[in-house]
Design a protein around this ligand. Sequence first.
Ligand SMILES: Nc1ncnc2c1ncn2[C@@H]1O[C@H](COP(=O)(O)OP(=O)(O)OP(=O)(O)O)[C@@H](O)[C@H]1O
Length: 355
Amino acid sequence: MKERLPVRSLRLFRITKKIGEFQLRDISLEVFPGEYFVILGPTGAGKTVLLEVIAGMHAPDAGEIWLGEENITAWPPEKRRFGFVYQDYALFPHLNVRENIVFGLKNKKLPPDEIKRELEAVVSLLGVAHLLRRLPYTLSGGEQQRVAVARALIMKPRVLLLDEPLSALDPCTKEMLQQELKRLHQLTGTLIIHVTHDFEEALYLGERIGVIMGGKLLQVGSPEEIFTRPRTAAVARFVGAENIYYSDIILRGGRKYVSLGEALLQVETDLTGRAGFSVRPEQILVSSLPQPGNCLRGKVLAVYPRRLLTRVIIDAGERLVALVVAREDKGCSLAPGSTVYCTIPPAAINVFPHY
Ligand SMILES: Nc1ncnc2c1ncn2[C@@H]1O[C@H](COP(=O)(O)OP(=O)(O)OP(=O)(O)O)[C@@H](O)[C@H]1O
């Protein structure tokens, strides 16, 4: 597994693709050499279509795809030498694990001793030596996933495309295989594009994340940026910043404020004019007494206890959702109807442009 093709960046320029009623719209993106890039989006967002356009299975209607200095837009999939791991793994059912993994190398007519060497390398990397004689239907989901990744990696792909590779697995296996994928990426340095609708998975694996919705790439950034600084209401909602509002930005005494209900909240932003803003529920401090800073008086509407956090719905002029650590609400009644105070630090208010 050592000698690899030079790792190059993958660039998409203004890719458009219509399939049936659906359209990928004007997608531009650069994925850096050796990067682990996650495409995150809800069901039907166009993640698979985008991955298939990158793989060369669909020709774009407009736009270009570049690998390093080469325009590969018109290249067929086999010339691209990209690996593709499907959501359902798509192993050949009549071939055993060994035959599945070496299938591509056999097709390339590599000498048997070279195939054996490559097989041993990839099998030890994925820990599937004990499965080599088994047929796919006898494997667990996690084992099938490892075999599918081994089958893709043995071809030394220039780019490895993973289409929701963990979505069919139970939470424990999923977590273990997430760690495996991270380790494989560190060992091989392969440029990986991983598609998922699972935000936790994107946070754990992605060096950068691209959020796609309705065929549009809405935001690209580090997990931290996507999580704390969504730039549209749609991305904010998708990443769980449930409190989303619109306001004029008000300048007073050299400070900027947004209005929420009757209150003014100080914000840290360069924007002016009309704007949107979002607050994550876990960033709201709920207390029985007023606190200094951005503090709103409200009435508890409903309380939903969860495992470690309690979800509290509050009427503070606008509907607010707060997640409260159970231990921290001692002394503060969260019963419906009680009065509470909600403190929101200025840095926890994400202000985004209003289009
Ligand atoms: N061959 C096709 N013909 C017509 N419509 C298609 C075709 N392939 C995909 N679509 C449509 O394109 C849209 C995007 O599909 P895609 O599979 O890319 O979504 P996704 O983001 O991968 O969703 P999921 O997370 O559910 O897999 C969907 O509305 C789908 O029905």
